[in-house]
Design a protein around this ligand. Structure first.
Ligand SMILES: Nc1ncnc2c1ncn2[C@@H]1O[C@H](COP(=O)(O)OP(=O)(O)OP(=O)(O)O)[C@@H](O)[C@H]1O
Ligand SMILES: [Mg+2]
Length: 575
């Protein structure tokens, strides 16, 4: 998965990557050349007292160092560009994919996990690319080159390499193999912390009101400790790793000097060669460590890549057809024997629902709570797809339409009104971008929201907080209605949108709505009978099965279920 992800997202960066490799290669060669020069300076300059030679080679060393510096800066710069660009691209694609998700796919992952995947998991992959392009590319060149050059300088000391290298590698393997499983846990633990945090922060008022703070604190403490424990275990191993590497490097250096002294006395190694050998030795061991460091990041990035891939590979259930059909505006909406089954549920929520809503008429749906009204509205708006039967617009199955066309024709007022952070105006312009002030005010007047918006500081430009938490529930609902009115759609879908209004406001709103929506088809879902008694047709839903379709008076005469609802509400009023 990691490979696939990298191949997909690095495709646009291959030229830069070639640049990184070239820069790193030159940088590594320069760093390999330096000890060799140094050896010459000592053997041919210092020992013979040739100052001119020292100066000449000193300049060369300075130039080589400058080249090395410039090239490694260039490599880090390009590497950072690639990895940051990669992160941006993956996040962009993930975001696009997730915005295309229907409620079903979002539920499958859960919003907190999706957020972790888009932020933290992407960061892990990004980190791997950054480290690889800044550290790991040069490592093999340095290690192999260093090995060859070290052997050339002092073949009689090469057995030291044969001891140190295996010790280093074996130690690193032991440490890293213990670290990898911790990283696998880590992403899941981060998910857990995000999940609990999100639930508690969004539900903070409920937590307070029910004095659940101690329990919730405990619950957060548990997941938080879990993450800490995992990170600590990984961190401890990491903490052991660096001292271990330093120990091997320094121990080897002592050994090189120790045994090298004898060789110099014996005359088969020069002082310059010994110092060069020592430098190569350190270079080799550090590049092995760098490579290991990147190797440590790989499994964690692989886990993250898998989690990212899962999101990218999820087939979106609500999709546009290859060749979308079109329908004329104001086409009637028809439900033909519609059924819906939530995945994993025992029984279908809706079965055999049929009705037609035509322009200029009001179609009402009543039913007790949980009878499937919201599900029905979501099916019409194609937020989810029917599992049997069909929803038709102008005789065309809505699955054969471009979803954008469908959504432009529909004005949905969801049961739980949601407003976005911004101002009243930006929220209303969700209905139709570029709508004039007159249109906005008219919609607000119809929605019975003009008075309170006028009283807000700034009127149309009054700030709205995320979710609309700085206006009351009823105000939020009326703003959501105004937002749909601004759109002037062919079909209005009111999902229990009048429930948070008092009866008088409800009546005034409906009276104002009638002339405004006279051209359109209106579908009203409600629990309150007073809201829908004037509708042209009323569908009574009982546990997802349509019981009867008719006008108020007909239903009163023929539908015991409807009479029951009416009676219960009459008693409520009397009480
Ligand atoms: N995402 C879901 N997954 C599984 N079952 C669900 C889901 N959403 C709703 N249901 C089930 O579907 C049934 C109908 O829910 P729905 O929201 O359509 O009812 P409703 O008529 O709108 O109720 P209310 O009047 O309270 O708004 C409920 O019994 C509920 O348990
Ligand atoms: Mg509902």
């Amino acid at each position: 998965m990691l490979i696939r992800l990298l191949r997909r997202f690095l495709r646009g960066y291959w030229l830069v990557l070639v640049g990184v490799v070239l820069l790193q290669g030159v940088q590594a060669l320069a760093s390999l050349y330096l000890p060799d020069l140094n050896a010459s300076v000592i053997d041919k300059g210092v020992l013979r007292g040739d100052t001119g030679y020292i100066e000449r080679l000193g300049v060369v060393m300075l130039v080589v160092t400058a080249v090395q510096l410039a090239f490694s800066i260039g490599a880090v710069y390009l590497g950072s560009r690639v990895s940051m660009g990669l992160g941006r691209d993956v996040r962009r694609d993930l975001f696009r994919q997730v915005t295309g998700f229907s409620a079903q796919e979002v539920n499958r992952f859960g919003a907190p996990s999706l957020i972790t995947r888009i932020t933290n998991d992407v960061q892990q992959v990004q980190m791997l690319v950054l480290m690889t392009s800044t550290l790991a590319v040069a490592a093999p060149v340095t290690a192999v080159g260093g090995l060859v050059l070290a052997l050339r300088q002092a073949p009689s000391l090469s057995w030291l390499l044969a001891v140190s290298l295996p010790v280093l590698v074996a130690g690193l393997v032991v440490i890293v193999s213990r670290m990898v499983p911790q990283f696998r846990f880590m992403q899941e633990r981060i998910d857990g912390v995000n999940r609990v945090l999100r639930e508690q922060i969004t539900g903070i008022r409920v937590v307070r009101a029910f004095v659940r703070e101690p329990e919730e604190t405990h619950r957060f403490g548990t997941v938080n400790d879990g993450l800490t424990a995992t990170s600590l275990r990984a961190g401890r191993l990491m903490a052991v790793m660096f001292p271990f590497v330093m120990l091997v490097i320094n121990g080897s250096s002592v050994a090189v000097v120790w045994f090298g002294g004898d060789r110099i006395a014996a005359g088969d190694v020069t002082i310059g060669s010994l110092i060069a050998f020592l430098s190569y030795f350190t270079l080799i061991l550090t590049s092995v460590m760098m490579a290991t460091f990147v190797a440590v990041l790989t499994p964690r990035a692989a886990v993250s890549a898998e989690r990212i891939g899962e999101v990218l590979d999820t087939a979106v259930s609500v999709r546009a057809p290859a060749v979308p059909r079109t329908v004329p505006s104001l086409a009637p909406l028809e439900l033909r024997d519609v059924g819906f089954h939530y995945p994993g549920a025992d029984a279908p929520v809706l079965t055999g629902v049929s009705f037609t809503a035509v322009a200029g008429q009001t179609m009402a749906v009543v039913g007790s709570t949980g009878s499937g009204k919201t599900t029905l509205v979501n099916l019409v708006a194609r937020l989810i797809d029917v599992t049997s039967g069909a929803v038709l617009m102008g005789g065309v199955d809505i699955r054969e339409l471009d979803p954008d066309l469908l959504w432009h024709r529909i004005g949905l007022i969801p049961q739980r009104a949601y407003l976005f952070s911004g101002t009243v105006r930006t929220n209303l312009e969700y209905g139709r971008p570029g709508a004039g002030d007159d249109e906005l005010w008219e919609a607000l007047r119809v929605a019975q929201a003009a008075d309170f918006v006028a009283a807000m500081p700034g009127g149309l430009d009054a700030p709205i907080e995320q979710g609309g938490t700085n206006v009351s529930g009823g105000q939020r609902q009326r703003l959501a209605i105004a937002r749909a009115l601004v759109r002037r759609p062919d079909i209005y879908l009111f999902d229990d949108s009048f429930s948070a209004l008092d009866v008088a406001t409800d009546a005034r709103l409906r009276a104002a709505l009638r002339p405004y929506t006279s051209e359109a088809a209106v579908v009203v879902v409600a629990q309150r009978v007073s809201t829908i008694r004037d509708a042209d047709q009323i569908l009574v839903l009982d546990h997802g099965t349509p019981v009867r379709l008719g006008r108020h008076e007909e239903l009163l005469a023929s539908c015991p279920c409807y009479v029951e609802i009416v009676d219960s509400q009459r008693q409520e009023r009397a009480a």
